[in-house]
Design a protein. Structure first.
Ligand code: ZN
Length: 385
């Protein structure tokens, strides 16, 4: 009898080792030697081959780890994954793959390492998203719209974040990461509250995951503004360390061990609008997703608290700031349809419909307009100039 009942499991999963330090790239060989890596592939963009990848290769070769480079074409699509996998299969077998770069490079690296059946080591150069620590990759069409996601048996074997490199990136990336990270708590809360709420792996949320997600939001409310000031001044301070950890580790382990809901449903739906997708980062779309989810939940106080922080750091606070007009019926219809089709929209503890979504969009638009009126949009504009 019990064989026929799917087992309700509470599962905690995370990367076994997360290391974060300023100047870590120059010490990257030690943890790899500990993993007994002798010959590894490095997946990175051409730009990185003149910078971080060059530095990394020098450090590894000095430690007796030989390397080969695979150049990432820019989109985490099946076409790209297959091409890079085929290319690496032509070469001497590697015992690990290092993915070095932004979210799409990291997600592609996880897929390629899985096909090569070697552990993946993740080295983010941006703190703009929660991809680094997770055991899943989002796959896009070659044109950049969200297509599907792929799940792996294991989390990345090692995640190494050099805070100096992350802090040197344009501040808009760190800020986008705050938007992505902020969703973790509100989506965890939805998944935890809903008795049918599930993680992306079909498990029930663990309390550990809920606690990480809550800490993630607390850190952002306490340190996001200071961290942004500090990266602008070129300083790696405890505030920067805290926000980088929130954006990367707390957000990644948090969502994996609790689940995603309305905020990510809307964010992935927005990638279907080329004018939004081409001009905005994942975390910026998630920011509008967070506000929409909070309005759906009728948690107006929290929506306002969150939108105030977003407006202060320069995240978009309404659809207009994301380049989408709510007057555009075709765009609104496309986004609503895709939001309702998102595999985890059922994690919301009540039914989401076209009607309540439409109302939530209007509520977000109005709240955003009020805040822009009150606070101005200088932080938003300064990140984009
Ligand atoms: Zn995300």
């Amino acid at each position: 009898m019990s064989e026929q009942q799917p087992l309700t499991k509470y599962v905690f999963r995370s990367t076994p080792r997360y290391i974060q330090a300023a100047g870590l790239i120059d010490h990257a060989a030690e943890p790899l030697v500990a993993l007994k890596v002798k010959h590894c592939a490095i997946l990175c963009t051409p730009r990185s081959q003149q910078g971080e990848a060059k530095r990394l290769i020098a450090v590894l070769e000095q430690a007796g780890i030989s390397t080969c480079v695979s150049t990432f074409g820019g989109e985490c699509s099946f076409r790209e994954i297959d091409a890079r996998t085929a290319e690496l299969r032509q070469q001497a077998p590697v015992d690990a793959l290092i993915a070095l770069g932004g979210g799409k490079t990291l997600d592609a690296g996880k897929c390629i390492a899985d096909r090569l059946e070697v552990p993946v080591v993740i080295m983010p150069t941006l703190a703009s998203n929660d991809a680094p620590c997770s055991a899943l990759s989002v796959i896009y069409t070659p044109e950049g719209a969200t297509e599907t996601y792929e799940v792996f048996a294991q989390n990345p074997a090692l995640v190494m974040v050099d805070t100096e490199i992350v802090a040197q990136a344009p501040p808009r990336f760190l800020v986008a990461g705050m938007g992505d990270a902020m969703s973790t708590w509100y989506e965890a809360r939805a998944c935890h509250t809903n008795p049918a709420g599930m993680t992306p792996y079909g498990d029930r949320p663990t309390l550990a995951g809920v606690a990480l997600s809550k800490t993630c939001a607390d850190i952002l409310y306490d340190y996001a503004v200071a961290a942004l000031d500090d990266v602008r001044a070129g300083r790696v301070t405890p505030a920067v360390d805290h926000v980088v950890e929130a954006n990367t580790l707390l957000s990644g382990a948090g969502f994996e061990c609790t689940g995603v809901a309305g905020a990510h449903a809307l964010a992935q739906a927005l990638t279907l609008l080329p004018e939004v997708d081409h001009n905005y980062l994942h975390g910026e779309m998630v920011a509008i997703g967070v506000l929409t989810q909070l309005m759906l939940e009728a948690d107006r106080a929290e929506a306002e608290r969150c939108a105030r922080l977003f407006a202060t750091v320069g995240l978009p606070v309404n659809f207009s700031q994301l380049g989408m007009s709510l007057e555009d019926e075709v765009a609104v219809g496309t986004v609503i349809e895709a939001t309702l089709a998102f595999p985890f929209i059922g994690n919301m503890p009540f039914e989401v419909t076209a009607d309540n979504l439409r109302q939530a969009f209007r509520d977000v638009e109005r709240l955003g307009a009020e805040l822009i009126n009150e606070m101005g949009d200088q932080p938003y504009r300064s990140l984009r100039s």
